[in-house]
Design a protein around this ligand. Structure first.
Ligand code: NDP
Length: 286
């Protein structure tokens, strides 16, 4: 058996078209376009690639991107001052601070300083709290994008056994919340989990988000399961692979996301979706 591919590029493109068309509607009515402030501190090469993707996507969809490329030695107080200014700026609907920040800056303090209604990454404790209560809010982009991918299969998530491998604050934990809200039965695994393959084999849905290249093997997957691979790992030979052994898993799974071309494009598209949501629903730009 060979799994059906969940095409993250195509699904993200469809979402992007919908967003671009809604933004065109706003501006044709004489309203301002949504605004996103994208802040990067320091010279992390991977962060620069992500930030450039986000800025490019803003341009394509008609979102105004205000860009801040700040030096590595920026004082924490200066970053807080910038966020305070952006919190007050009515043309800015979303504030994105690219992580990781340099060690001398307290990331939690920075993320908590962003107004919840401008927190388009969905990392502020207020928004995480709302997600855990199942109430509408700005939701973390990667898990929200994965939910869109799962829904694209047409499979009813209610009552499904979902196993999330990875328990980070930005992927694993909010992913578990999303699936609980979708009324799945959820197990969260991490590095301390005993007999992980046996737990994964019970799953109708496996979400792999560990950062360990190709650790989820074909014999961890139940026949017909949906496999979502969040991982982005660069092998020594330069190849980009996920946390799932794709060649093995695709022979057993019913559906699978590729790397690249699965979760990654949805994360960026969902950031744009969140920015539009902040503008129209939270900031009443309609
Ligand atoms: P973190 O390093 O913050 O968290 C990794 C999690 O995986 C931890 O909970 C850790 O457990 C768990 N883990 C690590 N090793 C194992 C193991 N051998 N068995 C079981 N669990 C394990 O990573 P992130 O959540 O930030 O990212 C995970 C992956 O997803 C990375 O490859 C990252 O690049 C990618 N990513 C992709 C995105 C996209 O848009 N496609 C967006 C964000 C991330 P413990 O807590 O016990 O240490």
């Amino acid at each position: 058996m060979s799994a059906k591919i969940i095409d993250g590029v195509a699904i993200a493109q469809k979402l992007q078209q919908e967003i671009a068309s809604q933004i065109k509607d706003l501006t044709s009515k004489g309203l301002r376009a949504p605004g996103l402030a994208v802040i990067i501190v320091g010279e992390n090469a991977a962060s620069k690639i992500y930030v450039n993707k986000k800025r490019k996507m803003c341009l394509e969809l008609g979102i105004i991107s205000k860009d801040y490329n700040l030096p590595d030695n920026l004082a924490e107080s200066e970053l807080l001052k910038l966020i305070a200014d952006l919190n007050k700026d009515y043309t800015i609907d979303g504030i994105l601070v690219q992580l990781p920040l340099p060690k001398h800056i307290d990331s939690n303090k920075i993320l908590e300083y962003i107004l919840p209604d401008k927190d388009v990454d969905g990392f502020n404790p207020y928004n995480i709290g709302k997600l855990s209560l199942g109430r509408s809010a700005l939701r973390p982009c990667t898990p929200k994008g994965i939910l869109t991918l799962l829904q694209s299969t047409g499979v009813d998530l209610k009552g499904m056994n979902a196993v999330v491998i990875g328990a980070s604050n930005i992927v694993g934990k909010p992913m578990a919340m999303e699936l609980i809200n979708a009324r799945s039965t959820v197990t969260v695994c991490r590095s301390t989990t005993r007999d992980l393959p046996a737990i994964a084999r019970q799953a109708d849905i496996v979400i792999a988000a560990t950062g360990v290249a190709e650790m989820v093997k074909g014999d961890w997957i139940k026949q017909g399961a949906i496999v979502i691979d969040v991982g982005i790992n660069r092998l020594p030979n330069g190849e980009l692979v996920g946390d799932v052994d794709f060649e093995q898993a695709k022979e057993v799974a019913g559906w699978i996301t590729p790397v690249p071309g699965g979760v990654g494009p949805m994360t960026v598209a969902t950031l744009m979706e969140n920015t539009l949501y902040a503008a129209t629903v939270l900031h009443s730009l309609v």
